[in-house]
Design a protein around this ligand. Sequence first.
Ligand code: NAP
Length: 416
Amino acid sequence: MSSSAWKVSPPADGEAITWQEGQLTIPDRPIVPFIEGDGIGPDIWRPTRKVLDSAVAGVYGGARSIAWTEILAGEKAKAMLDEWLPQMTVEALKQYRVGIKGPLTTPVGGGIRSLNVALRQLLDLYACVRPVRHFSGVPSPVRHPEHVDMVLFRENTEDVYAGIEWEQGSNGAVKIIEFMRSVLGKRVREDSGIGIKAISVTGSKRLVRKALQYAVENGRTDVTLVHKGNIMKYTEGAFKEWGYELARDEFGEVTVTEQELWSELGGELPEGRILVKDRIADAMFQQLLLRPGEYQVIATTNLNGDYLSDALAAQVGGLGMAPGSNEGDGLALFEATHGTAPKYAGLNKVNPSSLILSGVLMLRWLGWTEAAGKIEQALALTIEQKRVTYDLERQMEGATLLSTSDYAQAIVDNLG
Ligand code: NAP
């Protein structure tokens, strides 16, 4: 099929979300583009949509609903339009300001490193937001997973992830090594591959701003800047410094640093204040295992955030349970955080919770908090009833094994 034969066709009665002067306006029937995803994508998308629609219908009785519209990316786009990431998909996300997606295959060759990274960069979705909490009854490798309740903000657009790198022996690598030697006086082995780690004031401050805004809006009292600044002073260390600067300049009325807490306030955080502190990344891994209850919101650079978010997810049931979003200013894309698990594709077997909970995040982003809360409660109840998919069933005593669709139906039944 040629690109011109396929169009994004939202329902005629849907309306676009708008963003003006820093404010979102959400209509009662917003147009929400969705990407089914590859591999297990369709298996988890169908039941997710059913759970979201049932909750919204149950809570708002028809006064609010979602006007879903499909957009294409990944294998489906390649098969139908001979493109991995059609421009119209990017345009639709820009126009409607929101989207939800299943996992996408990473194409091998063809000029695109990763569709997910491409989408984040094209739409300037600079914050990867990963809330991590435990649902009672979900198997965990730690003794007190219920102490884990935090939201991680990971910078999404720079750091070594920006993909600025040159293969060993390539013209670029040779030139840079020579430039470093002759102009900067820095020696690098001649048989090295080269990657560039760039961290900017702009990227760091807008990420920390989002984390602090979240803390203010959600009554969280603790934001931790995680960095490896003891070794990488001008990138990771600078991230920390700029984070503190932003907190002081823009949130000075509501924030207190750890130093102020102990030197001026006797260790007591005043009512209504947010404690801003920092931790070195390796120490933070230990903290998250030993004292997770001391951390509520984390703001960190890209690579640290990548490791930390999966390590945190492991404490609360693994990637099948971990929701996520990629957010910019007035634009957000919600997604399952796991991959396409191709060996399970079409088997109606895998856990759809990651995508369902990403849908919950989306409902909160829309301001539809009652529907979001209902789904979270119903999902928690379903797990307490030990009616779960294979990944949880194999680790739980006396659980009932459900297919993807039956698990979603159990959640719908529990919506009440
Ligand atoms: P994966 O698809 O996440 O699967 C790895 C394993 O995780 C699965 O074999 C399964 O473990 C478990 N798993 C994943 N999703 C699950 C679910 N919903 N329910 C239960 N268990 C689940 O990782 P991968 O095999 O490394 O990656 C496959 C493809 O996905 C690659 O092309 C990769 O690039 C892509 N990917 C996409 C995204 C994204 O779109 N956001 C993210 C990561 C990877 P068991 O077999 O032990 O049950």
